[in-house]
Design a protein around this ligand. Structure first.
Ligand code: ZN
Length: 312
């Protein structure tokens, strides 16, 4: 049976594991990324140590999920939060060191492939994957292949504009969906309502401190029947649904897989997304599309990294 090492490079931790072709993790480890030391060499050394710690002779390769824009030669062009992560020949560096095939992919594209092969996208041909957190990450598998675009890791779905006259996004564009549903902007909505003097449980659950408000607290307030919290999640769902309706028209997916911390808002979010997609996309296309939560758990990055090796 094929075996591969999957490595998930995060801003704080590197997670690594030896994975079987079935998606089962045989062994795993975690190392600090040490990005705060400010040197790319330190981070690369940590990654090499991580791979060595789960190494086994005869493996089929190493799959690496990294933040940032990656090209199809395994060069990372830029990654915010990682010092010196520009034009970095990550694939070459790891192939020279370990003498096995190495695939480097943008982390959300990697997760998308993992969900397709082992998770909520299993059995489909065409899926869209969204991860909702600080930002909105995206990936697509089209006709059974990870969609990479012409040269670079495509599918920056968080930067699809849903309001051409809307607020400026930090990417430079206007009205990007991330500008409405990124973690901080969801919190901002709650803060705005409180400052307007609206009565909401969110404030009490945050011990009457604005800085304590999190999406989790907004969810708790909603579950206790808070109207403002419910309205926030409905509006977040409409924003995501509007963006996804356009994508449904564009690529006609079988399934849309949604993960990340913000997705834990649960049913109210998913139901609003589904309703909005139905209202705004072509009927025949929206009728068959399923919207489901991501399935790969805490080790998603490890399994997905290895899945990059199993794709051939
Ligand atoms: Zn943007």
């Amino acid at each position: 049976m094929k075996r591969a090492i999957g490595l998930d490079l995060g801003g704080t931790f590197i997670k690594v594991g030896l994975v079987q072709e079935t998606g089962e993790i045989i062994k795993k480890a975690q190392f600090p990324t040490k990005a705060d030391e400010g040197k790319k060499e330190t981070v690369i050394q940590q990654m090499k140590n991580a791979v060595s710690s789960v190494w086994e002779q005869g493996i089929n390769g190493i799959g690496i999920g990294t933040p940032g824009v990656v090209d199809n030669e395994g060069v990372v062009f830029e990654a915010p939060n990682l010092p010196g992560w520009n034009n970095l020949q990550l694939k070459k560096i790891f192939e020279e060191r370990f003498k096995v095939p190495v695939v480097v992919e943008n982390d959300v594209n990697s997760i998308t492939w993992g969900e397709y092969l082992f998770g909520a996208g299993k059995g489909c041909r065409t899926i869209i994957c969204l991860t909702l957190g600080t930002g909105v990450g995206g990936g697509m598998v089209i006709h059974g292949k990870l969609f990479r675009g012409a040269k670079y890791s495509a599918a920056e779905l968080g930067h699809i504009s849903i309001d051409y006259k809307g607020p400026r996004c930090k990417c430079g564009s206007i009205g990007c969906v991330e500008r409405f549903v990124g973690r901080d902007y969801i919190i901002e909505r709650a803060v705005h309502e409180i400052r307007e003097g609206k009565e909401t449980l969110i404030y009490q659950l945050a011990s009457q401190k604005i800085e304590n408000i999190t999406p989790k607290i907004i969810s708790e307030a909603y579950k206790k029947g808070d109207k403002i919290a419910g309205d926030i999640w409905i509006d977040v769902g409409i924003c995501l649904g509007a963006m996804l309706a356009s994508l449904v028209n564009a690529i006609n997916p079988d399934r849309i897989v949604i993960g990340g911390g913000i997705s834990h808002a649960g049913e109210i979010l998913f139901e609003t997304i589904k309703k909005t997609i139905k209202e705004r996309s072509f009927r025949v296309l929206s009728e068959n599309v399923e919207v489901v939560p991501a399935e790969l758990s805490i080790d998603a990055g490890i399994i997905s990294g290895a899945a990059l090796i199993f794709q051939s």
